[in-house]
Design a protein around this ligand. Structure first.
Ligand SMILES: Cc1ncc(COP(=O)(O)O)c(C=O)c1O
Length: 365
C-alpha cells in the first residue's frame, strides 16, 4: 500500500523527502558508516547534528541572541509543570487564559507544581465551549503577574490568536506554540518563552523545543533537580544526560526542509492557502459543516468542524479513511471532525479533502 493523505493532529505527516533522508541516516550518518541511532552523543558526528539543529532553528525562527534554544526530553505536557517551577516564585501570580483542553491541563499542572502561587484564569473558555480566544478586554492581566501563559493555536477546538494577549507590566508572555511553531513569525521582544512539542512541525514525539530569554534563566526562583531546570539544560547545552539524539536529528532535518522551502514566510503563505480552501468548503456548505470556532479566530491550521449529527461525523471520517484520507476524527473530548494541516501538509492533500467534503455533502446532505 502506498502513502495516503494524513491529517492526524500529531504525531503528524512529514515530508516524504525528509523521511527518506532519515531512513538513509539510520544506516549511515553523513558517510561515517554508523547510523544516527548508534552514534555517541558526545562525539563529533552528533556535535554537528546538535549544532546544525540549533543553527537551523535560530535562522528559521529569526530567534535573537537574547533567547536560548533548548531541546528538552518530554512533551509539552512536561513543560506545563516545568514552566511554573522555573519561572513562578512561591506566593507569586501567573495568568492562564483557558482556551482549550491543553490550556486547561496546563492550569492543573501549574497549580500542582507551585501550590503556594495563584494561577489566575482571566478568560474561562470552557463556559463558551472554547468557541473563541479572548480579546484583550476579555483577558485582563493580574497586577504583578510573573507571566501570561497562552496557547497561540488551539489544536482541539481549532481557534487561534491573531495577536498575542497582553501580559502584566513587568511580566512576560509565554506561548505554547506546539501546533503552530514556525508557521508564522514571532515577536520575540514580547515573549519570555515559547515552547512546542516536536511531533507536529518538528518530527519526533517525546521532545520539546524551549526558546527562553536568557535573563529569565538567571532569575530562577528555586533550586531544582537538574533535569527539571531550564538553567541546567542551558548550561549543559541540552546534554545534561544522553539527549533524545534521533529527535534532535529529525528536528534538524525538518528545519533544513523548511529553510529550503522558503522559511517561515513560505510556511505562512502555505498555511493561509490551505486554510482558505477548507474554510471555503465549510462556509459554502449551507450549514452542513459547522466550524467549532468563531470566524474571527478560526485556526488556519486545525480545521475543527461538525456535521449535523454525531452519526454523520463518524461516517464522514470512516468513509474518508476508506478513500485514502486519514486522521480526521475529532479529539476524543470534543468530537466532530478535525483536519490538522501543519507545515508538511501539501496543498494537494487539502484539495483531496475538499473534494471529498463536497461529494460527502452531495450524497449525505
Ligand atoms: C497545543 C498543545 N499543547 C500541548 C500538547 C501536548 O503535547 P504532548 O503530548 O507532547 O505532551 C499538545 C498535543 O497535541 C498540543 O496540541
Amino acid at each position: 500500500m502506498g502513502r495516503i493523505w494524513n491529517f492526524s493532529a500529531g504525531p503528524a505527516a512529514m515530508p516524504e523527502g525528509v523521511l527518506r533522508e532519515l531512513g538513509a541516516d539510520l544506516l549511515d550518518l553523513e558517510g561515517t558508516g554508523i547510523g544516527i541511532l548508534e552514534h555517541s552523543h558526545r562525539q563529533p558526528p552528533f556535535d554537528r547534528v546538535l549544532a546544525g539543529a540549533l543553527d537551523c532553528c535560530r535562522r528559521l525562527g529569526e530567534i535573537p541572541e537574547t533567547h536560548e534554544i533548548l531541546f528538552v526530553p518530554g512533551g509539552a505536557t512536561l513543560q506545563f509543570a516545568l514552566i511554573p517551577l522555573n519561572l513562578l516564585p512561591d506566593g507569586g501570580v501567573a495568568d492562564y487564559p483557558d482556551t482549550d483542553i491543553w490550556t486547561a491541563k496546563a492550569i492543573v499542572e501549574a497549580r500542582d507544581a507551585v501550590p503556594s502561587a495563584r494561577i489566575a484564569v482571566p478568560f474561562e473558555g470552557k463556559r463558551c465551549a472554547y468557541d473563541h480566544v479572548p480579546s484583550d478586554a476579555e483577558c485582563p492581566a493580574s497586577t504583578g503577574a510573573a507571566y501570561m501563559h497562552y496557547c497561540s493555536n488551539n489544536t482541539v477546538h481549532g481557534t487561534q490568536y491573531r495577536h498575542p494577549p497582553r501580559c502584566a507590566d513587568g511580566g512576560v508572555l509565554i506561548n505554547d506554540a506546539s501546533s503552530e511553531i514556525f508557521s508564522r513569525p514571532v515577536d520575540w521582544a514580547a515573549h519570555g518563552l515559547v515552547y512546542a512539542s516536536a511531533q507536529k512541525n518538528l518530527g519526533v514525539a517525546g521532545m520539546s523545543i524551549i526558546i527562553v530569554r536568557r535573563d529569565l534563566l538567571q532569575r530562577a526562583p528555586r533550586k531544582l533537580p537538574s533535569m527539571f531546570s531550564y538553567a541546567a539544560h542551558a548550561k549543559a547545552g541540552s546534554r545534561i544526560n544522553t539527549p533524545p539524539t534521533f529527535a534532535i536529528h529529525a528536528l534538524w532535518r525538518m528545519c533544513q526542509w523548511m529553510l529550503r522551502e522558503g522559511g517561515v514566510a513560505e510556511m505562512e503563505r502555505r498555511t493561509h492557502a490551505r486554510a482558505r480552501l477548507v474554510q471555503h468548503a465549510i462556509d459554502a456548505s449551507d450549514g452542513f459543516y459547522t466550524p467549532l470556532g468563531h470566524a474571527a479566530c478560526r485556526s488556519l491550521i486545525n480545521a475543527s468542524f461538525r456535521l449535523p449529527t454525531a452519526q454523520l461525523d463518524d461516517r464522514f471520517w470512516r468513509d474518508a479513511a476508506r478513500d485514502g484520507i486519514d486522521g480526521l476524527a475529532g479529539h476524543r473530548e470534543a468530537g466532530g471532525i478535525r483536519a490538522s494541516m501543519y507545515n508538511s501538509c501539501p496543498l494537494s492533500a487539502v484539495e483531496a479533502l475538499v473534494a471529498f467534503m463536497r461529494e460527502f455533502k452531495r450524497t449525505n446532505g
